[in-house]
Design a protein around this ligand. Structure first.
Ligand SMILES: [Zn+2]
Length: 126
């Protein structure tokens, strides 16, 4: 696989973990990173349609131009952009997965949480 897509937080503590995880899992050469503060909240809450459109425009390029077949959405411990509990973030991630699946029907959509050891936890599914 050449490219995979990841929608995740701007937080510098998670970038390398996500890249490593996705490259190893999918044997991908590159991770297209779409970063916003706490994006799983944005995709779940739907209270900023302009921001959602901006995110989707970037996902479109990754999927339709780069040919990505996987979109990952994640949340993480101590997130300044989405400062809620792990359980609440996992609900946001699941809602984000459902929203993305409704748009990108033929693409694998996965979610995960990065815990207080800065490790990727078991994946969330819908
Ligand atoms: Zn964050």
């Amino acid at each position: 696989m050449e490219f995979v897509t990841s929608i995740h937080c701007i937080d510098g503590r998670i970038q390398e973990k996500i890249n490593k995880y996705l490259k190893e899992k999918y044997n991908a050469k590159h991770v297209d990173s779409i970063t916003e503060p706490g994006p799983c909240y944005t995709l779940a809450a739907h209270n900023d349609e302009a921001l959602i459109a901006s995110i989707l425009r970037k996902v479109d390029i990754s999927v339709y131009t780069h040919g990505s077949k996987v979109i990952a959405v994640s949340g993480h411990y101590d997130c300044a952009g989405n400062p809620v509990s792990k359980e609440e973030q996992e609900e946001h991630i699941k809602s984000s997965l459902e929203f993305l699946k409704s748009i990108y029907k033929d693409i694998e959509i996965i979610g995960f949480y990065i815990n207080d050891d800065w490790e990727v936890e078991e994946e969330l599914t819908i």
